[in-house]
Design a protein around this ligand. Structure first.
Ligand SMILES: [Zn+2]
Ligand SMILES: [Zn+2]
Length: 261
């Protein structure tokens, strides 16, 4: 009897892990940063797949950079994002970044990925092949199902191009087109605080350069351009935020690796 329990127990542990569902009020966590920036994240998604959602307070309106996977309503469970007028920007249109965009009236994306935001498919957002039960530490509430998961349509109300500005009244963010990871990737730079929201082109973790719409030459050009921006603090699409020194080190290291190959 004892031996049978020993044999069964790893299986039971495995099952127990995947039937656990997290209540919607526990799905999101928030962390305040300097300069009225708040990091919103989904702790029950494994770190590599977990997108950073950034909320920035402005005088006249707020800005949201990305909106998470969309498996729990951001508007309903994170009051910070529904308190005031807000523009929801997409750093790019992979599933982990745009899942709650449909909940916001004002939606902005680079023109090169406007079609994906308006009519996302499992393939175009990379939900297929990435979304399986395995990307979660514990599953989202019912009725979530990995195989049925898809991002909801959220046609942009503003199309962004390189050099345009997102104006929050007392603070402005310049759109920097950074293709490479995906064709419509953007970073947002606030010169006043030397803060950059970099999306997935650069973060402090393993970068993804082989998506179906990635482009190696564009990636290098984007990195070279990013290196010239006087960044003091960078908030990436994944993994923890980092200093300007770390930012320049990561870019130089990445460019050096490319030159070797
Ligand atoms: Zn991405
Ligand atoms: Zn991502």
């Amino acid at each position: 009897m004892l031996s049978m329990l020993v044999i069964l127990s790893p299986f039971l542990q495995f099952k127990a892990k995947f039937v656990e569902r997290i209540a919607p009020d526990k799905w999101y966590a928030l962390k305040r940063h300097a300069d009225d920036v708040t990091h919103i994240f989904e702790p029950f998604i494994k770190e590599f797949y977990r997108c950073n959602v950034w909320h920035v307070r402005g005088r006249d309106r707020d800005m949201l950079v990305d909106s998470g996977m969309g498996v729990v309503s951001l508007r309903e469970w994170v009051p910070l994002v529904s308190e005031r007028d807000l523009v929801a920007v997409a750093s790019h249109t992979h599933f982990d970044h745009i899942g709650c965009h449909h909940e916001f009236e004002c939606r902005a994306v680079h023109s090169a990925e406007a079609d994906i935001l308006s009519t996302p498919t499992r393939a175009s957002t990379l939900a297929d092949p990435y979304v399986t039960d395995d990307i979660f530490e514990a599953l989202p509430p019912e009725p979530f199902c990995s195989k049925c998961y898809n991002v909801k349509n959220a046609p942009a109300t503003r199309l962004l191009e390189d050099g345009e500005v997102i104006d929050l009244g007392d603070r402005t963010f310049e759109v920097i087109h950074t293709p490479g990871h995906s064709p419509g990737g953007i970073a947002l730079f606030e010169a006043k605080t030397e803060t950059l929201f970099s999306g997935d082109i650069l973060y402090d973790g393993p970068l993804i350069e082989d998506t179906y719409h990635a482009n190696a030459a564009d990636y290098i050009a984007s990195m070279e351009r990013l290196l010239r921006i006087p960044v003091r603090v960078a908030h990436g699409g994944h993994f923890p935020s980092f200093s300007g020194d770390r930012y320049r080190l990561l870019i130089k290291r990445w460019l050096n690796e490319k030159q070797k190959n």
